[in-house]
Each structure stands twice: as C-alpha cells, then as structure tokens.
Design a protein around this ligand. Structure first.
Ligand SMILES: [Ca+2]
Ligand SMILES: [Ca+2]
Ligand SMILES: [Ca+2]
Length: 473
C-alpha cells in the first residue's frame, strides 16, 4: 500500500506507532550497539537504495530472522507524518521482503527510519527522499562532499571544508580554519557555553527581523553554535549554490539550524540600556521597522527571501532539510515550505553519524565531533528560484543569517545566532546590477511565459532593493 492509504490508518495503527516510536527511540539511542546486535543476532534489515525519488518503491529486505515468525516493520518520518506499519514473515532461510512503501512527492527532504522488530531483536536503517548525503556538483573541484564531516575523504577527489591529500580541495586552511578565498567562503566563530550573543525575548521565524533583540547569555546546549561556515559557488550551468556548515555544543536531542538568505542587508546593532549587555537589536536595509519603511508592509523581509533549515537528531541519525520562501499567504507575509520543489541532485544535507569525526580547526575546545554534532548542507539556489519564483526573475542575496531554534513550529523560539554574514550574490535571473534587473522586468512584460502577475510583482519587489554593490563572487 502507499503512504496515502496509510494516512487513513485505523485507530489500532495509531496506537502501534506510539510503541513503534519508543522502539525507534531505543534503537536510535543505542544505534552503535545496534550494529553489534545486528551482527551478533545476524538479523538485518536493508533497503535497495539509500535515497529515493518520489514515486519510487522502497524494496525492503531482511535476513537472519527466525523463520515463520512475523517481523514488524515500522517507518517513522522526520516530518512527523503518520508512521507506516506492516509485517513480513521470514521464509525457511530467515529472509523476508516487502515492497509496499512508496515515496510521495511531499516527502522530499524527509529522512525515513525503518525499524524491524521480532521479539526482542531490533534492527534499523535509514533512507532519504531526494535530499541526503552526497556530492554537490556546485562548481568546486570534484564537487563538494556533503558526508557529515569537515575533512574530505582521502582519494575521493572532492572539495570539502578541509582538504585531505592528493586530489582533494579544501576551502579552509588546516588547522586554522581560515577561508582560503574570503570572497566566496565566510567564517563566523561564535562563543559557546557562557558569554554568548543569543536572542533575547521570544522571537519566532516569521517575526519582523527588525523586532529581533539580542543579549549576552548562554544558549541552550543543543542549540549553541561555535563554528559557522558559508560558501558561495557557481556550477557549470551558471547556477548559484550555497554550501554551509554549523555545529552545536550538545548532541542530546534534535536541533534545527536556520540558514536564512536575505536580500536586504541585515545588521546586528549594539544598544545601550538593554539588559544583559552587550545587547541590542537587528536592522535591515532597506528599513522595515515601522509603517512607511520600504520593507514594513512585507514583514521586514523582501519577497522571495529563502530560508534553509537543517534538522539534525541524536544517536547517529541522518539529517534532513526544509526549505522556505518568504511570501504572502492570505495577506500575511510568512515562511512557506517549498521543500517539495527541490529537484534531484539540487540539495544535500548530512550530519556526522559517528563519534570522533575530525574537526582540525577546533570546535567547543576539542578537535573531534561527537555524532550528530556537526551539520553541513549544499543547495542549488538558482534551481529553487526557478521552481518557485519565476524563470524570468531571481533574487540577490546580501546577508546570510545563521541561527538555531528548538522546532520547526512557527512558534518555536529562536535561540543562538552568529552575527549575520554580509555577502552579495544573485540566484536565478536577478542579475548583479539594477540595470539587468530592469531588463528582466522588460522581458517579463514582453514574454508571455514570464508575464504572470506573480512574476511582475516579484520583479518589482526585487527592484525595490538598493542596487547591488559589491562584486558578486
Ligand atoms: Ca563535508
Ligand atoms: Ca551566538
Ligand atoms: Ca554559541
């Protein structure tokens, strides 16, 4: 059966997921032991691929199970969609197979955790839909390796944050962690476990960024950032890619790190008179703080800003990603989930699923990461714009704002942040100059395929931004 059928599951299968979730939690917490258990018991569950596209069937197979006794199959999804439950009976050789689970288009960006249970024997595996670990062909030599580590795989021939011998390319010095080309690679070091700049008060992602305030205090451990890196590149097709990494002090629990790409310049300002100094607020340029400011009517952001949220969990689990676009819904400007529009090989995300992953430039006072302490992602921003804005339009990004929060709920409170990173690059057909933006508008008015009201509106909004300054990388 497909997942759509599963969504109408009877009450009994809504109770089963609770038990299943507990099993998965146990499984995730004891993930490293599980591998041992799998070996010891010889019971395994696997899928025919690690990553699937919507419409594909997941071929599940198991081996090493007691013949004739049912094995419960349970799949949890990182987007909290209803779990899926089924059962398979091992043959005389202890093998089973199941091909009832079909990936849906709304599952793009989701991580699936499959648990097989027979009595006290539990085996787990994970797979993804479109967005997972891989090599992002972002224009860097050999592509950027999104494998959940800061150091390139020896002999892999790829780019990573840190090189690793012949054929690999690093964007940072080793061990200093300093960007080798500061025009396309940016670094922010953030204080941790104490005198840190964090959000003050209760700010949500949809709030006007001109209302955000900050103070000096300790961030929540699982949302406490230390290293943030952002890298801009262009692939052979001229698409602009954004590659970024972040980390966290504690790997206990699920964390969410936002990489917000803002078309307005976003600046952290220090004030006097606020509590827990140093403290202050944030401002955008163009201004958006009060009625009459250019950005006030659109909630302090420019329409079509992008937000990429990486979710990383605990216990050796894969990371997932959610992508949002800033737009009006019933007249209210907010982040709208556009993850389902991500195309194949257009986005990658990974966390480190094992302990002891090397971080030569240092993190939280050490030189290794515990599992699920580091996350990196790479995304084709041009493809996102083309899919969601208009083939004739685009955006010009001026700041990258990296911060953490405790959930994907719109009411989730923002926690730690690093000082917004000033940059300048365009994605989509928004060119790096006001002149070419206006020619995009002219084209929009002349070409039927580009003449939708949305296209004109977005092009007009883009032109409201100040003309673009620094040289685009
Ligand atoms: Ca990497
Ligand atoms: Ca901070
Ligand atoms: Ca921090």
């Amino acid at each position: 059966m497909s997942k759509i059928f599963r969504a109408a599951a009877p009450l009994t299968s809504r109770i089963a997921p609770v038990l299943g979730a507990v099993l998965v939690l146990v499984g995730l917490i004891a993930s490293s032991q599980l591998h041992l258990a799998q070996v010891t018991a010889g019971s395994t569950v696997t899928t025919d691929k690690n990553d699937y596209a919507p419409g594909e069937t997941v071929a599940i197979s198991g081996s090493g199970w007691i013949p004739g006794q049912p094995v419960a199959l349970h799949i949890d999804e990182s987007d909290n969609d209803l779990p899926w439950d089924a059962s398979a009976t091992p043959d005389a050789a202890g093998n089973f197979s199941n091909s009832d689970f079909v990936i849906q288009s709304h599952d793009i960006g989701v991580v699936f955790t499959l648990t097989a249970t027979q009595g006290s024997v539990v085996a787990t595996t994970q797979f993804t839909d479109v967005v997972g670990p891989g090599v992002a062909l972002n224009g860097d030599p050999g592509g950027f390796e999104i494998q959940g580590g800061a150091v390139a795989t020896a002999g892999g021939g790829h780019t990573d944050w840190i090189a690793n011998g012949v054929g690999t390319t690093g964007l940072l010095t080793n061990p200093g962690g300093v960007p080798i080309d500061s025009t396309v690679t940016y670094r922010r070091l953030d204080a941790y476990n104490g005198t840190d700049d964090i959000f003050s008060g209760s700010h949500g992602i949809n709030d006007n960024p001109n209302t955000y305030t900050w103070k000096t205090a300790s961030a929540g451990n699982k949302g406490d950032l230390n290293n943030v890196y952002v890298h801009i590149s262009k692939d052979s097709a001229g698409h602009r890619w954004v590659t970024a990494s972040a980390d966290r002090l504690s790997n206990n629990g699920t964390s969410f790190v936002d990489f917000e790409l803002t078309q307005a310049d976003l600046t952290q300002v220090t004030d006097v008179g606020c509590s827990s100094a140093p403290c202050g607020h944030f401002v955008t340029n163009p201004a958006g703080a009060v009625a009459g400011d250019p950005l006030f009517a659109t909630g302090g952001r420019i329409v079509n800003d992008l937000l990429v949220t990486a979710q990383y969990n605990s216990g050796g689990a894969l990371a997932s990603v959610i992508v949002y676009q800033w737009k009006a819904v019933s007249g209210v400007y907010q982040w709208v989930d556009i993850t389902a529009s991500i195309g194949a090989a257009s986005a990658f995300v990974a966390t480190n699923t094992v302990d002891g992953v090397s971080v030569p430039y240092g993190a939280f006072g050490g030189t290794t990461y515990s599992k699920n302490q580091f996350v990196e992602m790479s995304i084709d921003a041009t493809a996102l714009i083309q899919a969601n804005v208009d083939p004739c339009s685009g955006i010009s990004v001026h700041s990258v704002f990296v911060r953490t929060k405790t959930s994907t709920s719109a009411s989730s409170v923002l926690d730690d942040f690093v000082t917004p990173i000033a940059t300048s690059f365009s994605a989509g057909r928004a060119a790096g100059t006001a002149a070419s933006q206006s020619s995009a508008r002219v084209a929009a008015s002349r070409t039927r395929s580009c003449s939708s009201p949305a296209a004109l509106a977005s092009a007009g909004t883009a032109s409201a931004a100040p003309a673009l300054p620094k040289s685009a990388p």
